[in-house]
Design a protein around this ligand. Sequence first.
Ligand code: SOE
Length: 396
Amino acid sequence: MSDDGRPRLGVGMVGHAFMGAAHSQAWRTAPRFFDLPLRTEMTAVAGRTTESARAAADRLGWLGSEASWKDLVARDDVDLVDICTPGDTHAEIAIAALEAGKHVLCEKPLANSVAEAQQMADAADAAVLRGVVAMVGFTYRRVPAVRLARQLVEEGRIGTVRHVRAQYLQDWLTDEESPLTWRLDKERAGSGALGDIGAHVVDLAQFVTGEQVTGVSGMLETFVAERPVASSSSGASPAGLGGVAGQGRGPVTVDDATAFLARMSGGGIAVFEATRFATGRKNAIRLEVDGSLGSLSFDFEDMNVLHLYDAQEPASTAGFRRIVVTEPEHPYVAHWWPAGHGLGYEHAFTHQVVDLVEALATGTQPAPTFRDGLVVQKVLAAVEESAADRSSWRDV
Ligand code: SOE
């Protein structure tokens, strides 16, 4: 127990680049805007060296630092491990943390392969029996407009889902001299646009519709096969995702873009696209769902807005309605600014922390689970298999 009567939750974070900064912001902000049932403490952050971890702790607001994730996981004052590292490390850290009795929040995609994701989901299932929970960070589920879309589908407002169009469009690799950061390295990232951003739209499509992708046929493309090696990895630095070019050149070992067709479990059909080459599109996560009674449309580049078409309205006045999702009646919004003032990218990370802490306090399983992460991983693998032989359908 802490002084104010609320139980304490010691948080340890592994990794402190872009995602580490986003998660730190969330841990700092959540207790200031939401009445959390636990007293969260930003206990320590782990990095690769004593110096980098210490500097990250100072910059991001952590009380302590560790030069190894193993030391972080071993600490008695850490109850939850927040994993913000590249995908090749997720399985080892998450499984060790769960076995040590720590709750886990793990960045997406859950892992770099179905086999790893399976082991993680199994470890999470075993941990639940000991009262320890795991969650994967598909953060965009917690954008208020996306949450509202889910509610409208659940309430039956658009009827039976017939079509899903899901795109994640970025353009930070259009410059052919942009260097080889870890996101372009299969060993570290698992895949390229497919796993990094395609995973988000697979999760969003499944979350909003409440259905699952049951089969896919897809393609992958690498437009720029070779790039300058990076002198520093990507991070929350001014260099941003692109990093800084160093000496020499090396091969790109992941996809730059993917497109795939899919079937949904409710009988509808879906079209997915994920690319880092959509010139002019910065972080356009677009989701359209057409149902028998209406349609929904969302674009993260206008993230406080959801469009709803209600086919039951009189034909003379029916049309897509632009709902500005900034009212206290909307999911999460009442905790922030006066009506109408809008939220940004970082708020969804704060909502993620809030939902996780509330689940921990009530002893319920937070979502998305590692098993949900595994389901997405299976979709990604099926797209890769289908793309590899250029003409096939793969059931998930
Ligand atoms: C880079 O494509 C990236 O940072 C992803 O890794 C994140 O998951 C996404 O939220 C923003 O873009």
